[in-house]
Design a protein around this ligand. Structure first.
Ligand SMILES: O=C([O-])C(=O)C[C@H](O)[C@@H](O)C(=O)[O-]
Ligand SMILES: [Mg+2]
Length: 414
């Protein structure tokens, strides 16, 4: 009989190279922070998870770890209860940020699913209800970018600040990975220029479903003025302005669905969203919705209420990509191609090298659990990066100031 009780839980912060990608909050730093979570059973089976690399998340998971000893890897209710007590029960450094609890649960929960799958010889996609699609489609995630990080030479993508260079970036993404849909990260340049970028993409790729995401960077009136150009151009408009209230005003004036990964990010945001008909597409993310089970629950809620569903991402490596792929493959009502930052990364922390997209899609990794194994040399190297880079959280604003002194974060900006 397999012993499914947790003997140990470990979290290792890592940092990996990230290009100078631009967004409404500033510029990506040379290193993105992440963490690798290992849940080990009494039988020595190790389940893997990947999450944020912020100090608060790392401290919270480390504080929770001893409480998990003896708990079965199947006990998701037990995980929530222990995490709630630990995170909300006066943990040193706890700031009262309600976003922390589901993030802590998710970090550990994915590793518990992986351990369960590895211990019982089942794939996570099967544990989540069964595979409903052969492959999972992802979108080309375009960013405006500087040529190189401040004081460093240009990278091989070069500067992308014009419609022409955006088309070049998209072409490279599509030729290399075969993506179908294209997402443009916006909220950086004046909005008319960003929409001109979209129009150039439409001319170059007439069949590609397009999306634009200013991360709340536009005023309501700016978005309303741009609607005539966006209608018929985009499959959805992502977080054009700030908040449920503001976006509801925009949604009331267009049939283009509004999508969000910013303002409906917890179950408590769903009732006001439905009451105001602000967002019609939820971009879920298991890293902050509370894990794979909570994300399947969210999919059911979306199905019942007629909301569209897709997946948001942040800079990440292969454990997250594997988890996203298993989850997406087990989610019947995934209505749009998923986001991923993965093609922007060059590092990997799992054995066997980097994942390869075929026709813009990934197959569910083979093997039990998530189907990935930790590369311990890579983990040690990326952990050393973390120690050397000295970052404790993502800070796009100060990175931007290295390129443009005096730049200030502003939302909405235009
Ligand atoms: O869809 C989104 O809002 C994101 O992907 C959030 C990320 O933080 C993105 O803006 C980025 O990586 O700069
Ligand atoms: Mg977004």
């Amino acid at each position: 009989m397999t012993d499914l009780r947790i003997a140990d839980c470990r979290i290792t912060p890592i940092a990996f190279y990230d290009p100078p990608l631009l967004n409404n909050g500033g510029c990506h730093q040379p290193f993105a922070l992440r963490s690798v979570i290992e849940v080990e059973t009494e039988d020595g089976v190790i389940g893997l998870g990947e999450s944020y690399g912020t100090r608060s998340l790392i401290d919270a998971v480390a504080a929770l770890a001893p409480d998990l000893r003896g708990m079965a890897v199947t006990d998701l209710n037990g995980l929530w209860a222990r995490a709630r007590t630990r995170v909300q029960g006066g943990m040193p450094g706890y700031t009262g940020d309600e976003r922390l609890l589901p993030r802590v649960v998710s970090a550990v929960e994915v590793a518990m699913w992986d351990a369960l799958g590895k211990a019982t010889g089942q794939r996570v996609v099967d544990l989540l209800g069964g595979q409903v699609r052969e492959t999972v489609p992802f979108s080309a995630y375009l960013f405006y970018k500087f040529a190189g990080h401040a004081g460093q030479p240009a990278d091989d993508w070069g500067e992308v600040l014009s419609p022409e260079r955006l088309v070049d970036e998209a072409r490279r993404f599509i030729e290399t990975h075969g993506f179908r849909a294209i997402k443009l990260k916006a909220g950086i340049l004046p909005p008319e220029e960003e929409v001109a970028g979209l129009e150039a993409l439409r001319a170059a790729f007439p069949e590609a479903p397009l999306r634009i995401d200013p991360n709340g960077g536009w005023h309501v009136h700016t978005a309303l003025d741009l609607l005539p150009r966006l209608e018929g151009l985009v499959e959805y408009l992502e977080d054009p302005t700030v908040g449920i209230d503001g976006n509801a005003v925009i949604q009331a004036r267009t049939d283009v669905p509004l999508a969000t990964n910013m303002y409906v990010v917890a179950q408590s945001h769903l009732p006001p969203n439905m009451a105001q008909d602000a967002f019609r597409v939820i971009l879920s993310d298991h890293h902050y919705w509370g894990g794979l089970k909570a994300s399947r629950d969210l999919a059911e809620i979306c199905r019942i209420w007629g909301l569209g569903l897709s997946m948001h991402s942040n800079s990440h490596l292969g454990i997250s990509l594997a988890a996203m792929t298993h989850l997406a493959a087990a989610t019947p009502n995934l209505t749009y191609d998923c986001d991923t930052h993965y093609p922007w990364q060059v590092d990997e922390v799992v054995e066997g090298g980097r994942f390869e997209f075929r026709d813009g899609s990934l197959s569910v990794p083979e093997g039990p659990g998530l189907g990935v194994t930790l590369d311990r040399d890579a983990l040690a190297r990326l952990h050393q990066n973390y120690l050397d880079c000295g970052y404790t959280h993502r800070d796009d604003e100060s990175e931007m100031q290295k390129h443009q002194p005096g730049w200030r974060f502003q939302r909405p900006r235009y």
